[in-house]
Each structure stands twice: as C-alpha cells, then as structure tokens.
Design a protein around this ligand. Structure first.
Ligand SMILES: C[S@@+](CC[C@H](N)C(=O)[O-])C[C@H]1O[C@@H](n2cnc3c(N)ncnc32)[C@H](O)[C@@H]1O
Length: 329
C-alpha cells in the first residue's frame, strides 16, 4: 500500500511538512475521507490484554473475536505468539514496563545508538548460528540466559510490537516494503539509554525465541524500521474511539500516516474497530490540505508558543501549519 489515493485527495509534497493529504475535489462536512486498514504493527499493553480484544481492540469485551484473531495469525503467527508468551512467563522476574517510565537519562547520541545496535547485531548473529546448529531452542535459551552477555531485562510491550511487525513482514513482504518502509523515519527514536537498550534487547530476545520460519523477518533492519517508523507515525489506541480515553497501546497505520497536523484541523479521526476513519469536520476546498490535530484538542486552548513547543518535544517538528505561521508572523 503506497501513499493512499482517492477521488477526494492526493498525497503531495507540502512546504516544510514533508508529504501531506491535499483535497482534489470539494469535500462536504462529515464526508468520510479515508478509512484505514488494521495496523501493520501494534501493541495492546500487557496490563490491558485480558480486557481488550486482540482483534478489534474493543475494551472490556474479553475474547469474543478470538477465533478471527487466531485465523489471521496463521500457523507461524500462533507458534510465534505462544513462544513469546512462554518466554515472557519464564522471565517474569525481569519484566519492565518501558512506556510508562519517565526518561531519567538524556536521549542517547548517534554514536551510542550505533554501538548498541552493533553489539545487539553480534549477539543476535551468534544466537542464529547456535540455532542453526541445534533444533533445541529451549537449550539455546537456557544456555544464553546463563551467559552474562544475555540481556536480562524483558519488555513485553516492545516485544509484542516488534513481533506483530515481523509477522506482517513475513506474511506480506511486498506491502511492508511499499508501506512501512516508505514512512517518515525518526533516526533517533530512543527517549533514553534504557529505552534504547530495551529495544535492542527485544530484538535479541525475539531472535532467540521466534520460530525458525520467522527468523528471515526478525532482522535488525526490520526491527529498526518498525521502531523508527513508530516514533513519527504511530497512533494511540484508546479505550473509546477518541484520544481522550484510557491509553491502551499504539499501532502503526501506514495508509493513515500521511495526514499532517494543523492547529486548525479540518479532519477528525475516530477509531472504528482496529482501524481509523477520517471525516471532514468542515467543508474543504480543492487544493486545501486535509489535516488532523496531533494535540488532541488542546490546540484550541494553547498559545502558538505552547503548541509549537509541545509538537517539538513530542513529535520533533516545528509546526508550519497556516495557523501557526499566521500567529507567529
Ligand atoms: C505522521 S507523519 C505525516 C506525514 C509526513 N509529512 C510524511 O511525509 O510522511 C508526521 C510528520 O509529518 C511532519 N509534519 C506533520 N505536520 C506538520 C506540521 N504542521 N508542520 C511541520 N511538519 C509537520 C513532521 O515531520 C511529522 O513528524
């Protein structure tokens, strides 16, 4: 799925904002402009997994879509999730919850990121070699766990996000290349040194516990792309249909990722099941950019300085929307 196209819009280059969605026709208020497919990669955080449907993300629904979910995973997917589950259970004393931890250390620099991934790549390579020489992955896991080089900290949420993306790559490599790999990447996506380590450790751990058939998709390149793409493109999965409700996880929706931010948005997004619906919140004229808000409604009460500062801190860009340009002068 390359950038989406429609009779209503085209994806085009926008001044100071990369690519964006531009109306090619008049769009009336409340028109559905775009409906996304389910995410290419996602995670429902571990503490919500019992209450949130893995297939449609409905909160408090238990497991009614379980059979649909199983059918979509296929044999390799089911084996991979079972192995990951067993691995996490066996490491229950080492579990951390990275997404809710405050960043107490500064962002790592390029050199630290490069060195950390190089070391992870070497560990993963020796794991692959051991796996090729013995079919007993349990033996390998025990042996590597006993080795001090084995990363002890386990982050189930990062592991789940990466595994879902590796499974997508394995099942639909052409789509992965056309959609996930084409997204805007954040080359420095790590909030802190522990965050960097949690991600590179997860890659090593997946290399150790994924089924053999999946190993061609559990690569450094696939994992790094999934991590870099999530930073600038993922959408929060909330308990209700909008951003205000409880934060349950996040997902990468490549087709939906071309909507830029505006502090005066003309599109509102709403989660419908596992996908998103984008509707015009006002009339849009041909040539006008279709934008959502990344500030969840706070753009209505914040000053231009506050808005720009929040977007810079959380998203890493200086807002170039019409409203900010007009207000900032
Ligand atoms: C979800 S992506 C949107 C699509 C992106 N423009 C692209 O080319 O793939 C978010 C990124 O778009 C850019 N962006 C979105 N809204 C913007 C704005 N109002 N001003 C400047 N850059 C913006 C930023 O680089 C941001 O990290």
């Amino acid at each position: 799925m390359p950038p989406p196209t429609s009779d209503l819009f085209a994806v085009q280059e926008i001044n100071h904002a990369g690519r964006g969605v531009v109306a090619s026709d008049s769009i009336h208020p409340d028109t559905v402009v775009y409906q996304s497919t389910p995410p290419a990669a996602h995670v429902v955080f571990r503490q919500y997994r019992q209450e949130v449907c893995a297939d449609c993300f409905f909160y408090d629904r238990g497991q009614p879509c379980h059979e649909q979910w199983r059918a979509k995973q296929g044999a390799v997917g089911l084996e991979a999730w079972t192995k990951l589950h067993d691995f996490i259970q066996s490491k229950s004393k080492s579990i951390t919850n990275n997404h809710s931890l405050p960043s107490l250390t500064p962002k790592p620099d390029e050199d630290e990121v490069r060195r950390t991934w190089e070391a992870a790549g070497q560990t993963a390579m020796s794991l692959r070699q051991s796996r090729a020489s013995t079919a007993e992955s349990e033996t390998i896991l025990r042996r590597t766990a006993a080795n001090s080089a084995w990363p002890q900290v386990v982050d189930p949420d990062i592991l789940s996000y990466l595994l879902s993306g590796c499974l997508y790559h394995n099942k639909e490599v052409a789509s992965y290349m056309a959609d996930v790999a084409e997204l805007e990447m954040d080359t420095m996506p790590y909030r802190s040194t522990p965050d960097l380590q949690a991600h590179s450790n997860s890659y090593i751990q997946l290399t150790a516990c994924a089924p053999g058939e999946l190993l061609s998709s559990v690569t450094e390149s696939v994992c790094q792309t999934l991590i870099s793409a999530a930073s600038h493109n993922s959408f929060g999965i909330h308990a209700g249909s909008t951003d205000g409700d409880e934060y349950l996880g996040y997902g990468l929706y490549p087709g939906a990722s071309y909507f830029n931010h505006s502090c005066r948005p003309n599109i509102r997004k709403q989660r419908v099941g596992a996908g998103w619906e984008f509707r015009a919140s006002k009339g849009i004229t041909p040539g006008e950019q279709c934008c959502i808000t990344y500030l969840g409604g706070d753009e209505e009460v914040c000053t231009v300085t506050e808005r720009r500062s929040r977007l810079k801190v959380h998203w890493g860009f200086t807002c170039a929307c019409k409203q900010c340009v007009e207000e900032a002068g």
